[in-house]
Write a protein that binds this ligand. Structure first.
Ligand code: NAP
Length: 475
């Protein structure tokens, strides 16, 4: 592939920097070297924060920030194929899913540009109280300061876009640490930012040991906010260690969907089969737990299983592939162990449950008991379960029976049922007659419970990365 075996440097203060040490990135599918990246440590992290702080001393006006963001969106469009191939090569993401991600990143940048141009405070109605009479007051919406951004491997481009585009829209300089397994998409985005005219220091990219770089971001007081997407375990520890910073967390899920007796089963089966196995289930909102009314259980399986079995498992670089590899061997072994745990507990494996060559085949498990890992923890693999229920109350209780709360869904033709579920499902978002894997990039997206404490989507992220400053004038 054209993008393989490249060598990239770090971006610090507008300079492309080598350190003498390298991080190697290998294809999760073939094990071949995709390339290597200069390895940063604590010293580079401090230099990057210095550069970000220096950059913010000369604020960029909103119209310039917006122009840069729009230009990046345009470049992403022009270099679409290269961008998609970079995602696919380093993450092992099937090319067709990588193309969708590359297109979505354009929309993330475009929406962030809109927010940059809209950023404004508000008037305070001062004569609403006696104390305010004779005064005029308003708020300014100011950038919070240097932002530390940490991103995961599974959307190596668009989740980086969701970190850096809103931060720049808000007027914040960024020190980004992408996942070590997938740094090339982030570095490509940094090249595009530079080409688009972003002055030195506004975006710095560090690749290297997570805890070393993370420690500097946590300890340095100049980093005022940390925006983190990744696992709950790492995210909540970061928040505990940085109580005086804004630490914004986008974490995992064990995504449930309820299929009511009155729903359109063909529609549900099609959407669920596509969204339980895309990128081998390595999406935080991959459909994982399907609860179907007992009266339609066999009917749903009859439509769902053939669609799952028709998914093409194989090389992510092949345009026809639906399901590729997991990110590494450890992930694969863990997913196989969780399937085995369910099998040993007596759950029936309806399809899959084994390997196709080196890849985990799309796996459907029938009626696992709720305490099994596949039924309450985040599988993050090509595995979903289908469980029969008798009453909507039971389905909602089962769906809520997890420490996570990112997105959930329900299929029903009854508006009352849909709205009842929307109120009672304890999740940050509820989709109706759509798989809960659905996301448009301007949506408020984020979780409750262990799934996080924030909402992304440029409008919401900009709000999180800015502060109100009150101005009072005595007239
Ligand atoms: P992860 O292991 O938590 O890693 C995420 C990022 O955190 C990586 O850049 C990683 O760096 C870094 N990291 C690890 N330990 C750290 C530490 N001690 N200090 C600072 N940074 C540290 O997660 P992942 O396996 O890449 O991603 C999968 C998880 O992300 C899943 O749980 C998924 O649900 C979640 N996710 C959530 C969303 C959302 O929007 N809610 C979206 C996508 C994914 P290294 O790569 O160098 O280890």
């Amino acid at each position: 592939m054209a993008v393989t075996a490249s060598e990239k440097k770090l971006l610090i203060g507008g300079e492309w920097v080598e350190t003498g040490d390298w991080v190697e990135v290998r294809s999760p599918y073939s094990g071949d070297l995709v390339g290597r990246v200069a390895k940063a440590g604590a010293a580079e992290a401090r230099r990057a924060i210095d550069a970000a702080e220096a950059a913010m001393r000369e604020p960029l006006p909103a119209h310039k920030r917006a122009e840069i963001l729009v230009r990046v969106a345009g470049y992403l469009g022009r270099r679409h194929d290269e961008v998609a191939q970079t995602i696919s090569a380093e993450a092992g993401k099937p090319l067709k899913a990588a193309k969708v991600e590359a297109a979505r990143a354009m929309s993330t940048f475009t929406m962030a540009a809109v927010e940059a141009r809209k950023l404004a405070g508000e008037m305070v109605p001062m004569d609403a109280s006696q104390a305010g009479e004779g005064k005029l007051a308003f708020t300014l919406r100011l950038p919070i300061g240097v932002v530390g951004a940490i991103s995961p491997f599974n959307f190596p481009l668009n989740l980086v876009a969701h970190k850096i585009a809103p931060a720049l829209a808000a007027g914040c300089a960024v020190v980004l640490k992408p996942a070590s397994q997938t740094p090339f998409s982030a570095l490509l985005l940094a090249e595009l930012e530079t080409e688009a005219g972003l002055p030195p220091g506004w975006l710095n990219v560090l690749v290297g040991p997570a805890s070393e770089i993370g420690d500097v971001l946590v300890e340095d007081e100049r980093v005022r906010a940390i925006t983190f997407t990744g696992s709950s375990e790492v995210g909540w520890k970061l928040a505990e260690r940085a109580p005086r910073k804004r630490v914004k967390l986008e974490l995992g899920n064990a995504t449930p969907v309820i299929v009511e007796a009155d729903s359109d089963l063909d529609d549900a089966a099609t959407k669920l089969a596509a969204n339980a196995f895309s990128f081998a289930g390595q999406s935080c909102i991959s459909v994982q737990r399907i609860y179907v009314h007992r009266s339609r259980y066999d009917d749903l399986l009859g439509r769902f299983l053939p669609k799952v079995e028709a998914l093409v498992v194989g090389d992510p670089a092949d345009e026809t592939t639906d399901v590729g590899p997991l990110i590494d061997r450890d992930a694969r072994d863990r997913v196989l162990a969780w399937i085995e745990e369910a099998r040993e507990a007596g759950a029936e494996i309806l399809t899959g449950g084994d390997l196709d060559g080196e890849l985990v085949r799309p796996t459907v498990i029938a009626n696992p008991s709720p305490e099994l890992k596949v039924a309450c923890e985040e599988v993050f693999g090509p595995v979903c379960s289908v469980t029969a229920y008798d009453r909507l109350d039971d389905a909602i209780e089962l769906a809520n029976g997890t420490r996570y709360g990112l997105q959930a869904g329900i299929f029903t033709t009854n508006v009352r049922t849909a709205l009842e579920a929307a109120h009672r499902l304890e999740f940050g978002g509820v989709t109706i007659n759509e798989a809960p894997t659905f996301r448009a990039d301007q949506m408020p997206y984020g979780g409750v419970k262990d799934s996080g404490n924030t909402r992304e989507g440029p409008a919401y992220a900009v709000r999180e990365l800015t502060e109100d400053r009150l101005v009072v004038i005595d007239l």
